[in-house]
Design a binder for this molecule. Structure first.
Ligand code: 4NP
Length: 155
């Protein structure tokens, strides 16, 4: 299974989600591919935000080697599930979907923890350090639920 994490800039939330789910895949011995992308073109080719890198590092996860990229239509063919962080990312990706198969791949990531709640992982970009830690807690929890459900279904 191939998983894509999507946010606006691909420098805060989605690269962190990518790093956390990869870490869970190692811990739970899951054979999955994880990547991330942004809906915007603001940070193509850039490393994640330094505050996200240092937050991840505090939790033992290294995401410093990741590079920002923009979501492409071909991602619908490459990935089985496309996890988005908020309703704005959701609308953007759904608008690009070519058919019902594409549409069914798109999920708000926190719905895995709080079904049908449509809660957002809040954008931390203009926030303080606590906003980054809050994002980590939300994504760590969500990725643990995702990894455990995969473990139980043998991927
Ligand atoms: P992200 O955060 O979507 O979690 O990567 C943002 C990063 C950059 C911007 C907005 C959100 N920006 O406007 O540059």
């Amino acid at each position: 299974m191939n998983y894509l994490m999507v946010c606006l800039g691909n420098i805060c939330r989605s690269p962190l989600a990518e790093g956390i789910l990869r870490d869970k895949a190692v811990k739970y011995n899951l054979d999955i591919i994880v990547d991330s992308a942004g809906t915007s073109n603001y940070h193509i080719g850039q490393a994640p935000d330094s505050r996200t890198i240092s937050n991840a590092k505090q939790h033992g996860i290294n995401i410093s080697n990741l590079k920002g990229r923009q979501f492409q239509i071909s991602d619908f063919d490459k990935f089985d599930v496309i996890f988005v962080m908020d309703s704005s990312n959701y609308s953007y990706i759904i608008d690009l979907a070519r058919n019902e198969i594409d549409r069914t791949k798109v999920e708000l990531i926190l719905n895995r923890v709080y079904p049908n709640s449509n809660m957002a992982v809040p954008d931390p970009y203009l926030g303080a350090e606590q906003a980054f830690e809050n994002v980590f807690i939300l994504l760590e929890n969500a990725c643990d639920v995702i990894a455990r459900s995969l473990k139980n279904s043998n991927n």
